[in-house]
Design a binder for this molecule. Structure first.
Ligand code: 5AD
Ligand code: SF4
Length: 437
């Protein structure tokens, strides 16, 4: 019996692609393993959004050289965003000649044929399309969880934020037909899934390339109407495209979670312009205010980049100001990472590393303070929690999420997939604690 291991780096899109590769490998009769030494096939699904993911990938790949020497018939495949970059594929061919298969983000569905070709020829097989019009439908999926699932509703991105490599690695934006999405969600619900997260780089522009088109807000509504679905999440929303219709739909529909992930990236209008984000500081703050006034108990989370080229202390203080004003529920904070091929990579005024580190630490401190403050609102409240399972560190404790995506650890007798009422009795920065009622 052949065994496989898939190592995934990066975002939920990659997780989703890995689940599809797992599904295809299951169909070929492979069995999943989490031990490198047991695997006959190791696939590394890569991320190129920041430099540190690149470094981690090459470090781990290098370690497989010895394993490959010991196990001659081990097949090593590398795929995902990094493989869409020519210089990376070149480096793999030159320095990591023990790799057997290289394939790109548009070639996931080719995995079975690439494997077959590799086994027959026993030499390097490479398949990297620069972009593709078609979105493969109906691929088998091996899901990580029984009760929740990711559903990708579109791929690619047309925004070309100047720091970002995604438009180059994932190609142009294309939406899936809504009928295909709804039938996937219906099948998931029949299979016991309670919560779906709709994925896209910019979900608010869903449907633009389709003839038979519905808005993203309408899609959310229809997904929430699928029998068996209790919760619908989505990410990511670009602030420039967030519609009033979407706010209305979230407000009026209990199944659509009260959570918007709304990447701000910077609080400085000057930097936002250089980033090509198409909004300024005031527009962003007003949007957050509007959302919070329409849906008072909504959680708003964000992404922030510190140290974009030419960022001054004043620009960074704008980011801190907006952060304080918006009181985000949480944020993913990143140090700017120069990506070859993007516009920002060749901008003058790259900021000194030490300066960026000081700013970054300041932002993290503010993040923790505001997160703790936001979490205080939950003390002594009763919340609905979708149980994910038992806690990794203590099997007497259950763990799950509120619809606002807060992590809750609690005592109780529910099981994974149940939505239960929990009274919050204690609040920490990174989680809430409570007792099931
Ligand atoms: N450097 C740092 N962070 C980046 N992101 C995207 N590209 C870069 C980069 N070059 C961050 C953005 C985006 C998140 C997914 O990753 O904040 O929203
Ligand atoms: Fe990258 Fe901007 Fe597209 Fe997001 S919207 S994937 S940050 S280019």
């Amino acid at each position: 019996m052949k065994k496989y291991l898939i190592i995934t780096y990066g975002c939920q899109m990659n997780e989703n692609d890995s689940e599809k590769m797992s599904g295809m490998l299951d169909n070929l009769g492979y069995i999943q393993t989490d031990k490198e030494e047991d695997a006959n096939l190791i696939i590394m699904n890569t991320c190129s959004v920041r430099e540190n993911a690149n470094n981690r990938f090459f470090g781990n790949l290098g370690n497989f050289k010895k394993l490959k020497k010991r196990k001659k018939d081990l097949i090593i495949g590398v795929c995902g965003c990094m493989m869409q970059e020519e210089h990376i594929v070149k480096k793999i061919k030159e320095k990591y000649s023990f790799v057997d298969i290289v394939f790109g983000t548009h070639n996931i569905a080719s995995l079975p044929s690439l494997l077959e070709e590799c086994e027959a020829k026993r030499k390097l097989v490479v398949e990297v399309l620069s972009d593709s019009d078609s979105l493969p439908e109906g691929l088998p999926v091996h899901r990580q969880f029984k009760h929740k699932a990711f559903v990708s509703i579109m791929k690619g991105c047309n925004n070309f934020c100047t720091y970002c490599i995604v438009p180059y690695t994932r190609g142009r934006e294309r939406s899936r037909e809504y009928k295909n999405i709804l039938s996937e969600v219906t099948n998931l619900a029949k299979d016991g899934v309670k919560e779906v997260t709709l994925l896209g780089q910019n979900v608010n522009s869903y449907g633009k390339n389709l003839e038979d088109r519905i808005s993203f807000a309408e899609l959310l509504k229809r997904v929430s109407e699928v029998e068996g679905i209790e919760r619908v999440r989505f990410m990511t929303s670009h602030p420039k495209d967030l519609s009033d219709e979407l706010i209305e739909v979230i407000k009026n529909n209990d199944k659509i979670c009260n959570h918007i992930h709304l990447p701000m990236q910077s609080g400085s209008s000057r930097i936002l312009k250089l980033m090509n984000r198409h909004y300024d500081k005031e527009t962003y703050i007003n949007l957050v205010k509007k959302i919070r006034s329409e849906i008072p108990d909504i959680a708003i989370t964000t992404d922030i980049i510190v140290g974009f080229p030419t960022e001054t202390e004043e620009d960074f203080n704008d980011t801190l100001d907006v952060y304080k004003e918006c009181e985000f529920d949480t944020a993913f904070t990143f140090i700017y990472s120069k990506r070859e091929g993007t516009k920002a990579a060749v901008m003058e005024g790259q900021v000194d590393e030490d300066v960026v580190k000081v700013r970054f630490d300041k932002l993290v401190k503010l993040h923790d303070e505001i997160l703790f403050k936001q979490n205080q609102k939950y003390l002594n409240k009763t919340v609905d929690v979708l149980i994910d399972g038992v806690s990794r560190t203590n099997d007497k404790v259950l763990t799950g999420r509120t619809d606002t995506f807060k992590l809750v650890n609690f005592t109780g007798n529910g099981k994974a997939g149940d939505i239960v009422k929990v009274k919050i009795t204690d609040v920490k920065t990174f989680h809430l604690s409570g007792e099931q009622l």
